[in-house]
Design a protein around this ligand. Structure first.
Ligand code: UDP
Ligand code: MG
Length: 160
């Protein structure tokens, strides 16, 4: 009961994870989703989506002065992406660790990028870099009502 009350009062941390078009094209959707599932985070939202240019630009607006920005926007809009919202204490930093370094050649083995990619410009997955950006990006990519309100039967076996 206490956890239930806490659940309603406390805002649980959420992160925006996205499988980029190369991950979808290379048939890595199941593999990537399962990394987060197996870790024990809670899936709150999931959809396959063809991203329009303006949304890609808004999502990556902090990088708009960078030389690779036009290529990045072409890349992200080049095919469908898989949009996900994942929830759990510490999920933002933990997901970044599961994803690995931006340059897949520098990403540790065992991470998604370390295991599944070779180039920064084709690094298969995105993860929010802060809880605030998690909120911002989930708000950008999901509409009201697209996130599910549910509790997993696994929760008592994951969180004491
Ligand atoms: N990127 C790129 N060239 C670079 C740096 C970044 O193409 O030199 C792309 C890459 O897809 C990366 C994304 O821009 O994932 C966002 O860059 P950021 O530095 O935020 O890396 P991330 O947070 O994705 O690890
Ligand atoms: Mg980033």
């Amino acid at each position: 009961l206490l956890r239930k009350i806490f659940f309603f009062v406390q805002e649980v941390e959420q992160t925006y994870i996205m499988i980029k078009p190369d991950g979808v094209q290379r048939g890595l959707v199941g593999e990537i989703i399962s990394r987060f599932e197996k870790k024990g985070f809670l899936l709150k939202g999931l959809k396959l989506f063809q991203c329009p240019k303006d949304l890609a630009q808004e999502h990556y607006k902090d990088l708009k002065e960078r030389p690779f920005f036009p290529n990045l926007i072409d890349y992200i809009t080049s095919g469908p992406v898989v949009c996900m919202a994942w929830e759990g204490d510490g999920v933002v930093a933990s997901a970044r660790k599961l994803i690995g370094a931006t340059n897949p050649l520098q990403a540790e083995p065992g991470t998604i990028r370390g295991d599944l990619a070779v180039q920064t410009g084709r690094n298969v997955v995105h993860g929010s870099d802060s809880p605030d950006n998690g909120k911002r990006e989930i708000g950008l990519w999901f509409k009201e009502g697209e996130l599910a309100q549910w509790e997993s039967v696994q929760t008592p076996w994951l969180i004491e």
